[in-house]
Design a protein around this ligand. Structure first.
Ligand code: SAH
Length: 523
C-alpha cells in the first residue's frame, strides 16, 4: 500500500469535525506531542492534584501555548515557534476562517468559488494566525469530511495570498519568523505600519487614513491594484482615553485576559473606532480608487456592545438585512463577528430577501370583470388589481411587469426605476465616515441592486375552493430606503384590503369601463 493511501485511510478513520477542535482530546494530543503538549498537560494535572480546584483554574500560559501549538500542528500542519504575548485560541480564530470561506465567499456573484484568492489581515499580531490558517498546508477537518466522497472542496483547493499589517515592530519580526517557519514567505507578506495617535486621528479629519489605508500606503509592493476577496481584522480593543485602562482578568485562574502591551491593545476609541475607521477607508477606496476592491470586510469583536453599535451603523448605511453576523464561544469567551460588502449584490441575493406573509383574496360576482362564467382566470384578475394598486402609488417611480407562470399562476414584479439620492443624517454617523461620505458627495450607494432599491415579486395562484386567489409577496431589498418602501407598499392591512376589496372603490374604478361597453343596457 502506498504511503499516500495509508495516510488517507488513517485520516478517514479519524474523522475530524469542528467540535474536535473546540473539545480536543488531550490524551490523543499527548500521544502525538509527548515532549511539548504532554509535559504541559501533565503539569496542569499535577497542580490540580496538589492544589485542588478545577482543571480550568489550574491552566497556565505555558499550557495555553502548548495547546495552540499542538492543535495547529495536528489539524493544519502548521508550526508556530513564536507565541510571545497574545496566545490565540485556535477554535475562535478558525471559526472566522470557516465563516469567511463557507458563508461570505459564497454569497456574491463576484466571489464564486475561485482557485486563487487574496486577503488582507489588519493587525496580524506576532503569530500571524489568520493568514497562516488560510494558507495552511492541510486542513484535517475539511480533508476528513472530503474523504467520504473522495472529492476536494473549493476552499481546500484555494491558493491564498495574504498581506498582513502590524504596528508593533517586535510582533512584525515574530510574525515574519512564523511565516518562514512554515515556508509561506511567497504567500504571506507582513507589513509594518506606524501606530495611530489620537492627534493623528484628529488630523485625519482633513485627510482620512484609517488602518486599511495605512497598510496600502506602507506596502512596498502595490497591494492597491489587487482584487481582494476579504479584509479582516481582530482589532485592538482598549480605548486609551477611557476612564480606567485596567487589565481585565479571567474568571477562574485570574490570569490577565490578555498579555498584549498597551500599545498593541489600544486604539483611540477602542475597537468600535478601529472598525469605523476601516469602514471609512472602505468607502473612500470604493468610490475614489477604482483599482482597489475588496469583496468582503469582516471583523471579530470582543464586546457585545461594540457589535451592537457597529451593526446599527452598518444597518443604517447599507440597509437592514444585508449585514451578515454571527457569534461563537461559551460565556465570557464569546466573540462577535460582523461583515459588510460594498459590492452590489444580485437582486435576489439571499442577504436581501425578506418574505412577507401571504393572504387569500376572494372575488365575488360583483367584483369588476369577474364572474365565474367568464374566461378570465382569478389570478389574472388579482394580478391586474395588484398592477393597478402599484400604478396608483404617487411617491415611487415603479416599473411593473406581469408574467403568466402557469395556467393557474401569475407573477407581478414591481421594482423601483430610479434610486433616490440619500440625505445622510450626520448625527447617525461617526465623524470619519460622515467626512468621507460628505466630502466625496457619496449619495448613491451602488451597493443596492442595479434595478433600483428593491424588487417585489408577487405571485398569485388559484385558490379553487373559494373562487379567489392566494397572494404571496416576496420582497428583495438592499437598503434602508428600499426596506422602508417595501414596508409602506405592502403594509399588509392596506395592501390586502386594496387587492381583496369588494368595496365601492374597486367598482368605481371598473364601472366607467363597463358603462362605456354597455350604454344601451343602462337606459
Ligand atoms: N490578529 C491577531 C492579533 C489581534 S490583536 C489575533 O487575532 O490573534 C490586535 C493587533 O493589532 C495587535 O497586534 C496590534 O499591535 C495591532 N494593531 C493595532 N493598531 C494597528 C494598526 N493601526 N494597524 C495594524 N495593526 C495594528
Amino acid at each position: 500500500m502506498s504511503s499516500s493511501t495509508s495516510s488517507k485511510r488513517k485520516r478517514r478513520l479519524t474523522h475530524l469535525t469542528f467540535s474536535d477542535l473546540t473539545h480536543p482530546n488531550f490524551e490523543e494530543l499527548s500521544r502525538q506531542f509527548p515532549h511539548s503538549f504532554g509535559v504541559a498537560w501533565q503539569g496542569v494535572r499535577e497542580r490540580q492534584r496538589q492544589d485542588g480546584g478545577s482543571f480550568a483554574s489550574n491552566v497556565t500560559d505555558e499550557f495555553s501555548r502548548a495547546t495552540t501549538r499542538a492543535l495547529l500542528h495536528s489539524f493544519f500542519g502548521l508550526s508556530l515557534p513564536h507565541i510571545p504575548s497574545l496566545c490565540p485560541p485556535v477554535p475562535n480564530r478558525y471559526f472566522l476562517v470557516q465563516w469567511i470561506q463557507q458563508t461570505l465567499l459564497s454569497t456574491l456573484p463576484s466571489s464564486e468559488s475561485a482557485d486563487r484568492r487574496c486577503g488582507i489581515d489588519i493587525g496580524t499580531g506576532a503569530t500571524c494566525i489568520y493568514p497562516l490558517l488560510f494558507c495552511a498546508p492541510h486542513n484535517q477537518i475539511l480533508e476528513s469530511d472530503n474523504d467520504d466522497n473522495d472529492t476536494t472542496t473549493s476552499s481546500s483547493k484555494t491558493q491564498w495570498t495574504w498581506f498582513a499589517s502590524e504596528i508593533d515592530p517586535t510582533s512584525v519580526a515574530m510574525a515574519q519568523k512564523n511565516v518562514v517557519a512554515n515556508h509561506l514567505e511567497s504567500k504571506i507578506k507582513v507589513i509594518q505600519v506606524q501606530p495611530t495617535t489620537a492627534q493623528q486621528q484628529q488630523q485625519q479629519q482633513e485627510q482620512h487614513a484609517g488602518p486599511l489605508l495605512q497598510l496600502l500606503q506602507a506596502a512596498t509592493q502595490p497591494v492597491s491594484n489587487q482584487k481582494v476577496d476579504v479584509v479582516l481584522t481582530n482589532p485592538p480593543f482598549h480605548d486609551p482615553s477611557a476612564a480606567q485602562v485596567t487589565q481585565p482578568t479571567r474568571q477562574g485562574d485570574h490570569r490577565p485576559k490578555t498579555n498584549l502591551t498597551c500599545t498593541e491593545a489600544s486604539y483611540p476609541g477602542g475597537e468600535v473606532a478601529f472598525v469605523t475607521d476601516m469602514l471609512a477607508d472602505a468607502f473612500l477606496l470604493r468610490y475614489n480608487h477604482e483599482a482597489f476592491q475588496s469583496t468582503w470586510y469582516a471583523c471579530m469583536l470582543g464586546k457585545k456592545t461594540s457589535f451592537q453599535q457597529l451593526h446599527h451603523l452598518l444597518d443604517y448605511l447599507l440597509g437592514p438585512g444585508s449585514i451578515p453576523s454571527t457569534q461563537f464561544g461559551p460565556g465570557n469567551l464569546t466573540r462577535w463577528f460582523l461583515a459588510w460588502t460594498l459590492q452590489r449584490p444580485t437582486i435576489r441575493s439571499p442577504l436581501a430577501k425578506s418574505t412577507r406573509p401571504s393572504f387569500a383574496v376572494t372575488l365575488s360576482p360583483q367584483d369588476g370583470d369577474y364572474n365565474s362564467d367568464n374566461n378570465s382566470s382569478v389570478p389574472a384578475i388579482v394580478a391586474q388589481r395588484i398592477a393597478t394598486y402599484f400604478r396608483e402609488q404617487r411617491n415611487y417611480s415603479l416599473a411593473i411587469a406581469t408574467t403568466q407562470q402557469s395556467p393557474h399562476g401569475v407573477v407581478v414584479s414591481v421594482r423601483e426605476e430610479t434610486p433616490t439620492p440619500v440625505e445622510w443624517d450626520d448625527k447617525k454617523l461617526p465623524p470619519a465616515v460622515w467626512q468621507v461620505l460628505q466630502k466625496d458627495r457619496i449619495r448613491f450607494l451602488d451597493t443596492r441592486p442595479a434595478e433600483g432599491h428593491f424588487l417585489l415579486d408577487i405571485s398569485v395562484d388559484d385558490n379553487n375552493s373559494t373562487g379567489g386567489g392566494r397572494v404571496q409577496v416576496t420582497a428583495y431589498s438592499h437598503s434602508t430606503w428600499g426596506c422602508k418602501a417595501v414596508e409602506t407598499l405592502t403594509n399588509t392591512n392596506k395592501f390586502k384590503a386594496e387587492i381583496g376589496r369588494t368595496s365601492r372603490k374597486w367598482r368605481r374604478i371598473q364601472q366607467p369601463r363597463q358603462q362605456q361597453q354597455q350604454p344601451m343596457d343602462e337606459s
